[in-house]
Write a protein that binds this ligand. Structure first.
Ligand SMILES: Nc1nc2c(ncn2[C@@H]2O[C@H](COP(=O)(O)OP(=O)(O)OP(=O)(O)O)[C@@H](O)[C@H]2O)c(=O)[nH]1
Length: 155
């Protein structure tokens, strides 16, 4: 039992900042977006899972440095492997990216179904909670934000 909880909460043992140590010179100044990253976390109120997808985009800073694509998914994993609320999970990912990669802007969108709403309580399965955290130029510039959102949710 103790081992199972240790596995579930493995993210508490990892410093999220260590995930973003791999960066590359790419001279890339446009949006980089990784969509449909699987998210599994635990609601901190009921210790029941919530599950869905994360979409993470950023516009590199003036130095044009990028990070490894897998590092974005690893960042989700580190913050998800701890008791969470979806809103905090979303903003922690955005804030760490801003802090460590110094990009021009960041957008993080999470879409999850919460078992605490499906299995107990109100017992509504299928309801999706969508949260976003937008930082930097993507927050200030409606056109850039709309472009990123259109790539996250193509019609
Ligand atoms: N930005 C970007 N990253 C890429 C691309 N192709 C591969 N990568 C990433 O390059 C990174 C290399 O990171 P390393 O830490 O050196 O390699 P690694 O140990 O295999 O990394 P993990 O995949 O996280 O296990 C990984 O994060 C890959 O996902 C690409 O086209 N663009």
């Amino acid at each position: 039992m103790a081992r199972a909880y240790a596995e579930l909460f493995a993210g508490l043992r990892v410093d999220p900042a260590t995930v973003l140590t791999t960066t590359f010179e790419a001279n890339h100044e446009e949006l980089v977006l990784v969509r449909d990253i699987d998210v599994m976390s635990l609601c901190e109120h009921h210790l029941l899972p919530f599950r869905g997808s994360a979409h993470i985009g950023y516009i590199p800073g003036p130095d044009g440095r990028i990070t490894g694509l897998s590092k974005l998914a690893r960042l989700v994993e580190v913050y998800a492997r701890r008791p969470q609320v979806q809103e905090r999970l979303t903003s922690q990912i955005a804030d760490l990216l801003m802090d460590r990669l110094a990009p021009r802007g960041v957008v993080v969108v999470l879409e999850c179904e919460h078992m605490c709403m499906a299995m107990r309580g109100i017992q509504k399965s299928g309801a999706k909670t969508i949260t976003s955290a937008v930082r930097g130029t993507l927050q200030r510039d409606a056109k850039s934000r709309a472009e990123a959102m259109a790539l996250i949710h193509p019609r």
